[in-house]
Design a protein. Structure first.
Length: 195
């Protein structure tokens, strides 16, 4: 695909709004064809910027001034910190030992029974390791529901933080990084390695 291909694109005013005549021209005509638009690669470049009136998550959440902007940045620091702490708590509460990392101190009789049951010592067969993992971590409805709920909460918080960074606002970006630092500082020793 040729990236230098250009199509005419309406330009925005200094306030970021497009003139109404341009917006009208962009609407579909009765025949279903849209007005051609151009944009070259230099116009698509995303750069960081500083503004105290950048919306966060919705137009309704647009800081009205420096105080509201500072409050929004503090919210992002708290959200990122809480995200890292919840990852650490999840790692503490839902401890699972990966297959092959458990040390088995088995007698000869127990080793023979283990081989009969799982098809090997655990080191010689992938299937034996999977069977052992399923045996050592049985399905429990309450545990799996709580684990799934925690993953949804942690994932949702992560996506909100990602959206804040994608605004390309320097203050929001630095707030998220500061929150990650603070969360790792407080709870990193508990294995909060997920991003």
């Amino acid at each position: 695909m040729d990236m230098s291909m250009s199509m005419p694109m309406p330009t925005a005013t200094a306030t970021g709004a497009m003139p109404s005549s341009t917006m009208d021209g962009m609407s579909h005509s009765g025949g279903g064809a849209a007005m051609p638009m151009t944009m070259d690669m230099s116009q698509m470049a995303m750069v960081f910027f500083q503004s105290v009136t950048s919306p966060l998550f919705a137009k309704a959440w647009t800081p009205a001034g420096p105080g509201a902007y500072a409050g929004t940045c503090i919210f992002l620091i708290v959200l990122a910190t809480l995200h890292r702490v919840l990852i650490a708590v999840r790692n503490l509460v839902f401890v699972t030992v990966p297959p092959g990392h458990q040390k088995l101190d088995l007698t000869d009789e127990e080793e023979a029974a283990y081989r009969r049951r799982y098809g090997g010592t655990g080191a010689d067969s992938v299937l034996a390791r999977i069977r052992r993992a399923l045996h050592d971590n049985p399905f429990r409805m309450a545990t799996e529901t709580a684990r799934a709920f925690s993953e949804v909460v942690i994932g949702g918080m992560g996506y909100l933080l990602m959206l804040a960074v994608m605004t390309m606002n320097v203050g929001y970006f630095l707030s998220v990084l500061g929150g990650i630092f603070l969360g790792a500082f407080l709870a990193g020793r508990f294995g909060s390695s997920d991003h």
